[in-house]
Design a protein around this ligand. Structure first.
Ligand SMILES: *Cc1c(COP(=O)(O)O)cnc(C)c1O
Length: 354
């Protein structure tokens, strides 16, 4: 295994830092100066390098482009009140990365390699971590099959790359979602719990149809009965019914979200009652009819928590009351933010300081 000192660093000669419009960051648009690259061949991960961010040169026969062995992570680094920078929950992202790799028949990444590559890359591009509260440095580690061959096979070569970019606070506005009863995102036994690219590719078309009807996102239902809520777009789904926080239990068709996990831990700390259990469309409909449902939101790294104002169920639009600082969603989100920006105690050592 390569040790930290062996990551070879080539610095950029022309930093793009001065071109950043910090007051008008757009999510996904700005990319930091450097990227980490490591190649797998002959059964092992080779030399690690940090190089100036730039295009890759790929053969058209690159296996990932044809057979989809490609997985990723989405993480964030935060600028803290005291001027330090932290990367959030490296271990949990590491476990999930390797779970995705295993499911896609791709080689695992050693923990040391994952941690050190992140730490060194973010340290080098520390000036790219935005300083306004709510913003963060988004970190995108990904692995893809890089062998160039056109027969269907498991690749013998892979690239592990990490790049980063500053992102603003996302989606503060409540969104309108539609319960999807026809298309599915993932099925039992499938790849739904792996963060693999194909899951996204397959979800775009139904999402696009819903957008054309005026919805922002879908609430996916299970593949066998189209009754139980799975996820909200590309986020985990949470509801508050009768004062209780409810979220579908993890399964092989639900992504094990790190925001979901963190918000549930905070709910426990705040003694907010919560349940991880199946939630059916029938139950949701009844909850609206009896005015028992008070909140619904998506949870994910990109936007943290996205409030939902309307849920479309089989032809009817049901509205949720408006949200305020006492809403369970905001109490949980604000505490998570406070922990990450260094304003509340990091009780679980989730912050990995650079
Ligand atoms: C990444 C992702 C999530 C959210 O996971 P976080 O770790 O909280 O960012 C939820 N659902 C899907 C399908 C995802 O890909």
């Amino acid at each position: 295994m390569e040790a930290i000192s062996e990551i070879k660093i080539t610095r950029t000669k022309s930093s793009a830092l001065n071109n950043v419009d910090w007051d008008h960051l757009e999510f996904g648009k700005t990319i930091s100066d450097h990227m980490f690259v490591c190649e797998y061949a002959d059964g092992e991960w080779g030399t690690s390098q940090i190089v100036p961010f730039g295009d890759l040169q790929l053969s058209p026969a690159t296996l990932a482009l044809h057979y989809g062995q490609s997985i990723f992570e989405g993480m964030k680094a935060f600028y803290m009140q005291n001027g330090s920078v932290n990367i959030f929950r490296i271990e949990k992202h590491f476990e999930r990365l390797n779970k995705s790799l295993r499911r896609m028949c791709m080689p695992p990444i050693p923990e040391e390699l994952f941690r050190e590559s992140l730490l060194q890359l973010v340290k080098l591009d520390k000036a790219w971590v935005p300083k306004t509260e709510g913003s963060a440095l988004y970190i995108r580690p990904f692995v893809f099959a890089s062998e160039a061959r056109f027969g269907v096979k498991v690749s013998e070569k892979y690239s592990f790359i990490i790049f980063t970019g500053p992102v603003p606070m996302l989606y503060q506005k409540p969104i309108k979602v539609k319960i999807e009863r026809e298309f599915i995102r993932a099925a039992k036994g499938g790849t739904g719990s792996a963060k693999c690219c194909g899951n996204y590719g397959g979800a775009f078309y139904p999402t696009q149809l819903a957008r054309e009807e005026g919805y922002d996102q879908l609430l996916w239902t299970d593949a066998s009965e189209n009754e139980y809520i799975e996820e909200s777009g590309f986020m985990n789904a949470m509801f508050v019914i009768g004062g209780k926080l409810i979220t579908p239990p993890l399964s092989d068709s639900i992504l094990d979200g790190i925001t979901r996990d963190s918000l549930l831990q905070i709910a426990k700390d705040f003694q907010i009652p919560f349940e991880e259990r199946k939630i059916g469309v029938t139950e949701l409909t009844n909850a609206f009819q009896n005015n028992k449902i008070t909140e619904a939101f998506g949870a994910g790294t990109a936007a943290v928590a996205v409030p939902i104002h309307t849920i479309h169920i089989d032809g009817t639009n049901y509205s949720l009351p408006s949200y305020n600082e006492n809403s369970i969603m905001y109490r949980l989100k604000n505490e998570l933010d406070a922990m990450r920006y260094g304003k509340a105690e990091d009780r679980y050592i989730w912050n990995h300081l650079i």
